[in-house]
Design a protein around this ligand. Structure first.
Ligand code: PLP
Length: 455
């Protein structure tokens, strides 16, 4: 058998609809609540931030939502992405397992993020919006929205978590190349940022803080909407092109995954790969195990509480029920900046609560070790976030070897690490240490969870 095996679809196999898991879940996810009244919010509560089309998708129970023509047209630039069989990695591990990965690093921003950035920019443009404010962790989301904004002629303003702004300066240059403005967060530009800086001038920032800044700007300006790169239902929805393509590609391969793996920051790349398969299973199709992988230093699913919480630090967002470490929790500045969010997508949290998926956590050095093994076998250098999925895939393949079983493993190789070379430099210099969060800070952040009667 050849060592280079990939399954490639023609452009006309880009999915025509996004898949909505809500239609197949045994129970609906808990409602989003207004923080003042404790009552479920309505579409108008979200109108200052999002266009109505996206609000409609956020609450939709339809199984399939049509992908607009102009969005599919832009997807054609890099979609369908290839499904690769990791033959060389299998051989290096000497495992009977069949390992596959869907490679999303071929997009213009280098990750899965443009799948939703293009859709969000399209709907905002349609609604007459001229400016979008957003946050970014490692810079992948900011780059993706900057790219989409350039195509649709939208002004993009990005609040970038300060620790990543300093670790990954080239991401800022990329955003600026696409015409966006990038501000380190916390900043002096918003009340939310100023409040954090007053308390802690050296704050490394967090996604929760950056979201507060971006939401504040959108809420106070009529020409500006807000966009989020993960967590929300409509974002997970847009990512389902990944899993839907993979299902067709597995037909070509005459195989089917036993185990599906993705790293989870807010949950969108994992959901994008896994939900179409989970839906198939819920409709009476084949059994499949879902594994969500997160960093030990920000262990939302494995150590967080499933409770109503704010999506941001300054408490400007509605309350959503999700696995959370508390909205004031600031994780240490480890390198997988895209996995430093205090919460988890409500849909992933709900699926976890229903027993439909497993979660595990790894330290960063063991993840870099796995990423380097993948690079040496397959020639692709993963993003530090994606290394978490690679680590879990390798562990599962090694378990197959121990047990002498030939399972099929699929993971989402959600981005490349070409802008993260400082992290690899530090890793090779032995300077990358496993970081742990402060237990006292976590306890305090959890103790500060809002009390919600309906919870
Ligand atoms: C943003 C990002 C993540 C984390 O976000 P999810 O919504 O959990 O996918 C993971 N990997 C990469 C490469 C990212 O850019």
């Amino acid at each position: 058998m050849s060592d280079t095996i990939k399954y490639v679809l023609p452009e006309n196999r880009i999915p025509e609809t996004w898949y909505n898991i809500v239609a197949d879940l045994p129970s609906p996810p808990p409602p989003v609540l207004h923080p003042g009244t404790g009552q479920p919010i309505g579409p108008n509560d979200l109108a200052p931030l999002f266009p109505m089309a996206l609000i409609g998708q956020e609450v939709s129970t339809d199984p399939a939502i049509e992908i607009p023509g102009p969005v599919r047209e832009i997807y054609r630039q890099w979609r369908p992405t290839a499904l690769h069989r990791a033959r060389r990695l299998e051989r290096a591990l000497d495992t009977p397992a069949r390992i596959y990965y869907k490679y999303e690093g071929v997009s213009p921003a280098g990750s899965h993020k443009p799948n939703t950035a293009v859709a969000q920019a399209f709907y905002n443009k349609e609604a007459g919006i001229t400016r979008i404010s957003t946050e970014t962790g490692a810079g992948q989301w900011g780059s993706a929205l900057a790219f989409a904004g350039a195509l649709f002629g939208l002004e993009i303003e990005v609040y970038m978590v300060r620790v990543s702004f300093e670790q990954k300066p080239y991401r800022r240059s990329m955003m600026e190349s696409f015409g966006a403005r990038c501000v380190p967060s916390p900043s002096e530009e918003t009340a939310a940022g100023r409040a954090i800086l007053a308390e802690r001038p050296d704050s490394p920032g967090s996604l929760g803080i950056a979201i507060s800044e971006a939401v504040e700007v959108a809420a106070t300006r009529d020409d500006t909407n807000y966009a989020l790169g993960s967590v929300l239902n409509h974002v997970l929805l847009h990512q389902t092109v990944v899993g839907q393509e993979a299902m067709v590609q597995f037909e070509m391969a005459d195989d089917y995954p036993d185990i599906l793996i993705g790293c989870t920051g807010g949950g969108s790349n994992f959901a994008g790969l896994a939900f179409p398969f989970l839906g198939e299973k819920l409709r009476g199709g084949r059994e499949v195990r879902l594994i969500a992988v997160e960093p030990t230093a920000c262990p939302t699913l494995t150590r967080g509480k499933y409770a109503y919480d704010f999506g941001d630090t300054a408490h400007l967002t509605p309350l959503v029920k999700m696995h959370t470490l508390g909205s004031t929790f600031v994780p240490p500045g480890f390198h997988a900046g895209g996995l430093r969010y205090h919460g988890m997508a409500p849909l992933i949290s709900h699926a976890h609560d229903l027993g439909l998926l497993e979660a595990r956590a790894y330290n960063q050095t063991e993840c870099f070790e796995a990423g380097v093994a993948l690079a040496r076998a397959e020639g692709i250098l993963p993003a530090p976030e994606a290394n978490h999925a690679v680590k879990a895939a390798i562990d599962e393949a090694l378990r197959c070897k121990e047990e002498g079983t030939a399972r099929t493993i699929l993971f989402n190789l959600c981005g490349h690490g070409h802008f993260d070379m400082q992290a690899y430099t530090d890793y090779f210099a032995g300077k990358l240490v496993d970081q742990t969060y402060d237990e006292a800070e976590l306890a305090m952040a959890l103790a500060g969870l809002p009390s919600v009667a309906a919870g």
